[in-house]
Design a protein around this ligand. Structure first.
Ligand code: UDP
Length: 320
């Protein structure tokens, strides 16, 4: 298989590129390094089936050429991270909507299989946990910029499904739940690398809100395994899949586990949401995936538990 990974110098994209290469596939990465980093793919540069171009998916002549040369597109290039989304809402909406629009348009010419990376954020404030792929989605008002991320990804989903329905372009939509592991940066607000850095530097571990909100963290290796398995499964086409782990932890609980595993003396402090993000910021109290649909199709079962994930992130951040 010849794969094009947009956003391939990002956290998840670089792990996917590596796994595909390990499996003997050919990989081309397209990344503008807006949130990705060349360091993430530095170790892949010498590999014979690997190539990369530093540019944007919105460079259409280049994109057209790269799509033409591949069999499958993993479209992971996007604006991500709640902090980035709240601070740069125009950039978020334009990047996420337009990027997917051009990827689908060019993939459609020769009907190349496209994976669209969506997000658990689309379930919004729904209290109907665990979240099933066919559940209603509950978002907040447009004045709260956080919801622009979910909306931009939902437009991507609608557009991809429209291409499938109307033009028979093979698409697969994956809703990624909080994905964590080595190479993820805390720069755009993600909680685990932020907590680990704070713990290792003996700085206060900043729990936003009261820390009773919960999340389910999935190891990036489990996510890329699921993507690779889905790419080989024709029955996935035209469908939406959650990719996640059902093991739920409160954010305070996460802070305590990071502190213990890092052997840190950091205090754990609470920061009000208004201070952490913006006035009136809305967070979701729980986010748990239903993964039965993915399990039924590819026998998916996440393998790496939270303590092991935290240990691997600690080791990675210590080394770098
Ligand atoms: N969070 C936190 N401290 C931080 C960063 C994030 O307490 O320094 C919280 C955040 O408010 C949310 C959870 O951790 O409740 C997960 O945040 P993240 O941005 O990693 O992902 P989200 O689930 O919001 O997409």
């Amino acid at each position: 298989m010849k794969a094009l990974v947009t956003g391939g110098a990002g956290f998840i994209g670089s792990h996917l590129a590596e796994r595909l290469l390990d499996l003997g596939h050919e990989v081309a990465v397209l990344d503008n390094l807006s949130t990705g980093s060349i360091d993430n793919i530095a170790h892949l540069k010498g590999r014979s089936r690997f190539s990369y171009v530093i540019d944007s998916v919105t460079n259409e002549p280049l994109l057209a050429e790269m799509v033409d040369a591949c069999d499958v597109v993993f479209h992971l290039a996007a604006a991500v991270g709640v902090k980035l989304i709240v601070e740069q809402p125009v950039h978020t909406i334009e990047t996420n909507v337009h990027g997917t629009e051009v990827v689908l348009k060019h993939a459609n010419k020769k009907k190349k299989l496209v994976f669209i990376a969506s997000t658990s954020e689309v379930y919004g404030k729904s209290a109907d946990v665990p979240f099933r792929e066919d559940a209603d989605l509950v978002l907040g008002p447009t004045a709260k910029h956080r919801w622009a991320y979910a909306c931009s990804k939902l437009i991507d989903e609608f557009l991809a499904l429209a291409y499938w329905k109307e033009k028979k372009l093979p698409v697969v939509i994956v809703r990624l739940f909080n994905t964590v592991g080595p190479r993820q940066t805390g720069q755009y607000g993600m909680v685990l690398p932020t907590f680990v850095r704070q713990a290792l530097a003996s700085q206060p571990i900043t729990v936003f809100g009261d820390g009773t909100q919960s999340r389910c963290f999935t190891y990036v290796g489990d996510v890329v395994d699921a993507l690779v398995a889905l790419a080989a499964e024709p029955r996935a086409i035209g469908e939406v899949y959650n990719i996640g782990n059902k093991d739920e932890v409160t954010i305070r609980g996460l802070a305590e586990r990071v502190k213990a595993l890092a052997g840190s003396d950091s205090p754990i402090t609470c920061v009000p949401y208004d201070e952490a993000y913006e006035r009136g910021f809305e967070d979701m109290p729980r986010r748990v995936p239903e993964i039965a649909k993915l399990r039924a199709l590819i026998g998916y079962e996440p393998k790496v538990g939270l303590d092991e994930i935290i240990r691997r992130v600690i080791d990675h951040i210590r080394e770098h």
